[in-house]
Design a protein. Structure first.
Length: 517
């Protein structure tokens, strides 16, 4: 394969091209359901939040505070830059363990995998900060375990502890890195001595301190976040079909032509086990990565066998640490002249670009639905990325927000609708999410504060029986009509609007919580 760039130049070309693609997508498509939700709840700075630890919400809050904007492109910029850092660290980690060109291929394939290059690489999700922090920790561990001579640096352990704590502040997944590290140390004959040094324990202690805001908030709220996340892994039966479906979903999210060689490198590294002697340096490095990657991949896959909820991106932090193995394999294949590898790399990049263009352009203007209406008979998944930008103007035009109606707060009947409404309304009116699943909206306002006030009840979900279900909590509820949500001037779907008079200031919120204290 002809050498056109140096490895250093090549990886920077990958980083710059990836940033350009993600910036273009970030500027043209609206925020997804999770993104509008976290943007809305991040307006109230908190030690932690119901769904996840707070770091990505803190980043959103700080970005809004500094820029004064909630424009999607501006909000996504820090997350895009974090993934650029993750790409660079993936390159440096792989180069340190294997070779410079192995690092380039690891970085390239990471960027053209959908779950990393599209969602985790630029959306307002906890995965972006998590991946960056994990890569910092693993790179520091590689410096501790694979130097030219045996040695330990307490300073590296301390820095690793800080970033491990920041990883825990991003997503609870980070604790599995500690489990994987313990497995590596206990199974590696030449590394067990590390457990007798203070470094690992100092790192974990520092991580615990950095993570303490989450513990404080949960202690004040009956450990609700841990209860909620733990309930998603509850045993309910034996479901081999569900596990197979989850594995298929992982393949789709990673992209099958990347997932297959990726999982093969992981399985091969696991099957060979720990290095059998101090001279097996290459397998020791592979075992190191496999141990650190194994927690998310194995745990969240097997958990679906007993009926636990399994989202396809939960294994992504594990796959992140397998890309160096795939990069090393690709470098070897190229060195031995396998011409098909070049075609596979070109195919992977090309298809990724096509996917980004098709999905991005359709989400922005809906052209694919016009070209192939039969594909969307059950709805358009890209609607989830509509910002409902037309809603405020439509409410004004229909007279729902003028002086003829006294509207003092808003109500949604689902946390997804609540996020869409609160984001586009810009927080101009407080919003209650009156449902049995309000997520963090349950902790933002106390219903008692709205006693005797009037509200617009707006939404797409759970709206069929609003008048019956909310009747005990209002003096009267009146249906006002449907309001269309537009994309590029074309109506896509309707949201229903009701008017509730004289709220009674009570609603049985879930999670054992009665409102903001």
């Amino acid at each position: 394969m002809p050498i056109i760039f140096s490895p250093f130049s090549a990886v920077w070309l990958i980083i710059i091209a990836g940033c350009v693609v993600r910036l273009a997508l970030g500027a043209t498509i609206g925020l997804g359901v999770d993104e509008t939700y976290v943007t809305a709840v991040a307006r109230q700075l908190s030690l932690s939040y119901f769904d996840h630890p707070p770091l990505h919400l803190w980043i959103i809050w700080l970005t809004t505070y500094v820029t004064g904007s909630e424009n999607p492109a501006i909000l996504r910029l820090p997350f895009i830059l974090l993934f650029a850092g993750t790409t660079w660290l993936s390159y440096r980690l792989t180069a340190r363990l294997f070779s410079e060109w192995a690092g380039v291929w690891a970085a390239l394939l990471l960027n053209v995998s959908a779950v990393f290059g599209l969602t985790g690489g630029g959306w307002l999700l906890p995965d972006g900060p998590l991946m960056f922090c994990l890569m910092v920790v693993v790179y520091l561990l590689s410096q501790l375990f694979f130097p030219p001579e045996r040695g330990q640096s307490l300073a590296l352990w301390l820095v690793a502890g800080v970033f491990l704590g920041l990883g825990l502040l991003s997503k609870y997944h980070a604790v599995l890195l500690v489990v994987g590290l313990f497995i590596y140390l206990i199974t590696s004959r030449d590394r067990r001595w590390v457990l007798a040094t203070p470094g690992p324990y100092l790192a974990v202690s520092i991580a615990f301190v950095v993570f303490s805001p989450v513990l404080i908030w949960n202690a004040q709220h009956d450990w609700v976040s841990f209860v909620f996340q733990g309930s998603r892994g509850a045993v309910s039966g034996f479901y081999p079909g569900k596990m197979l479906a989850n594995i298929a979903g992982q393949a789709v999210w990673v992209l099958p032509w990347i997932w297959l060689p990726l999982i093969w490198q992981f399985v091969k590294g696991i099957s060979r086990g720990p290095a059998r002697s101090r001279f097996s340096g290459l397998q020791d490095k592979r075992w190191f990565l496999c141990c650190l990657a194994s927690g998310p991949i194995i745990l969240f896959t097997i958990a679906t066998l007993w009926g636990a909820q399994g989202l396809f991106h939960w294994q992504a932090p594990g796959y992140l640490l397998v890309f160096p193995l795939l990069g090393q394999a690709v470098a070897g294949w190229i060195q031995f002249g396998r011409r098909s590898v070049r075609s596979w790399l070109i195919f992977s990049v090309t298809v990724f670009v096509i996917i980004a263009i098709v999905l991005g352009s359709h989400t922005a203007n809906g052209w694919l639905k016009t070209a192939k209406p039969d594909w969307f008979t059950k709805g358009d998944p890209s609607w989830e990325a509509l910002n409902w930008a037309s809603l405020p103007k439509s409410l004004v035009e229909r007279g729902f927000l003028d002086s003829s109606l006294t509207v003092e707060f808003l109500i949604a009947r689902h946390w997804i609708d609540a996020g869409k409404i609160d984001y586009v309304m810009g927080g101009t009116l407080p919003l209650l999410c009156l449902t049995n699943e309000p997520h963090h909206f349950a902790f933002m306002h106390n219903p008692a504060d709205f006693y005797g006030k009037n509200a617009l009840i707006i939404g797409q979900r759970n709206m069929a029986d609003v008048q019956k279900e909310l009747a005990p909590y209002f003096e009267t509820i009146e249906f006002k009509g449907n309001v269309p949500i537009y994309r590029q001037g074309q109506p896509q779907f309707d949201v229903a609007v009701f008017y509730g008079r004289n709220f009674k200031g009570q609603y049985p919120l879930p999670y054992g919580f009665s409102g903001k204290k």
